[in-house]
Design a protein. Sequence first.
Lengths: 293, 334
Amino acid sequence: MASLALDKTPASDSSVRALVTPEGVDLRVHLATFSERGIALMIDLAIIVGSLIALTLAVASVFSTSEFGESGAIVQIVWLLGFFVLRNFYFTLFECGGRAATPGKRLMGLRVVSRNGAALTADAVVARNAMRELELYMPLIFLISRGAGIDALIILSGIVWCGIFVLFPLFNRDRLRAGDMIAGTWVLKAPKQTLLPDLTSDRPSMEVQLVFTTAQLDVYGVKELQVLETVLRTADAAAMTAVADRIRKKIGWSARASEADPEFLSAYYASLRRRLEQRLLFGVRKRDKHDKT
Amino acid sequence: MDTTLRSLRFRREREESWRQLETLLAQIDRRSATSLSDDEMLAIPALYRQALSSLSVARATSLDSALVDYLESLCARAYFFVYGARTPLRERVGSFFAQDWPSAVKLLWRETLVAALITFASAFTAYLLVSADPDWYSAFVSSEMAGGRDPSASTQALRETLYADPEGKTGLSVFATFLFTHNAQIAIFAFALGFAFCLPSSMLLAYNGCALGAMFAVFAARGLALEFAGWIFIHGVTELLAIILAGAAGLRIGWSIAFPGSLSRLAAAENAGRQGATVMIGVVVMLFIAGLLEGFARQLITSDALRWTIACATAAAWGAYFYRGDRRGIASPR
């Protein structure tokens, strides 16, 4: 049964990773995509730059009202330290918190997780973010300086160097950046999902009215059932009509005059699920329509 | 006859405990774990295990993929909370200074030796080169860093740079902050550079050593060797050690990636990275202390003897702190 239950994940879904809890249940977590992480980074950078501008403006306004005396010194110190902390510890402080995510990651529904499934420790967070110096700030500074007065060859090797680190997550299976590599972490999707209503709960009567034979139900398997579930949840009229027509043709169903497509689909979904779940209890999982079990 | 599906009945029976867990997790997300009452806190692990068993059952018996997806995400969120370490900050800071940091530094002794060797060998080389031909000086020390301390300056001027107060009293704290942030940035950079197979980290260490040796040569030529050493080592002991440790942590990473030994390359990099990160947190603290020493103590204390005393005292303190005997027995009661 355990191996059968794993069938739900198609082999093509390369972003699913096993995370086995101490209780022995595989949570099957999803890796964040390169683009999601990119957007999260953009959001974080925008926040950092925004705070820096705000800090600078605040400091400048204090500076303009006072002489270069005691308060001037304090203001300078605040700016220097503020810049330092934002640059080096923005990511670290947020990721050390309970959510293990910066505001950008939080918005994108991501979190940093230790690759071995254990608790995320501060040293891992520090390690993964110290690497940003190499992966993020160096390429940025390189971009800003625009290579004025530098040899073309040096600029070229600089671009190659930066490219290696920026594109690092694209070239390994687990989408690790250099920082993740040395910290033993990865970035996972941690979306908050709401519990959607069960599709069989709201139309209990329909199933009684439309009765399908076993042969008509054995045409499809779990994969088709779940596609049908998606169609019903999306509730797009055109798609429902198309799907309903195909199912009717496939199972040889002659539609009655009063029969609407959504009702037919819900009824068929409920019957098919009942049939497949019954067989599941006996240890038979019909994966898709090609599965002859 | 009850026509509801078995899986739907299962869902109806368990749904309430899932919702309860979801509410508690949402509350933790919105505020913090401390906003929960003791009862709620104790309920979470039990609810988590219920949800986990529901997930196992749902995977085996239910074909409602929305349900399975929901339970997977709920269990994962609860898992991160239940198994995430939440040691109080005070305890963590305590054990960091009592145990984690010194033992991480101690484990790094081989790389520390190499990093120190690179620094002092380059300092010595630069010293020899500049002593033989002062033109070498500009190759090691940029003019802004030199600040008038170059071979063409008069002995009197050089002596003054060691004792004069360049910034004025109020500038001291700004100067100290600047030194701290600047040095910490370089240290973090040296650590990160280790990733590229040690080479850039070694070069940064060598560059740092060269500047030191070149400056020393200029002052030694005028018979100011002792005075210069006092001026540089009052904070330099701490600062150099910090930068050497940062470089050593970087070297460890590069070395582990290049020669992972019996571990996989990834596992070796991970070990080195976490250990190095622990060292790096401490390095930032050291550089903060060095910044204070450089910004305040050096400018306020102009007696050579006192400068030397402080330099020797810091060297002894760091040495004893990092390398004294086994500390496992000492730190555990905390």
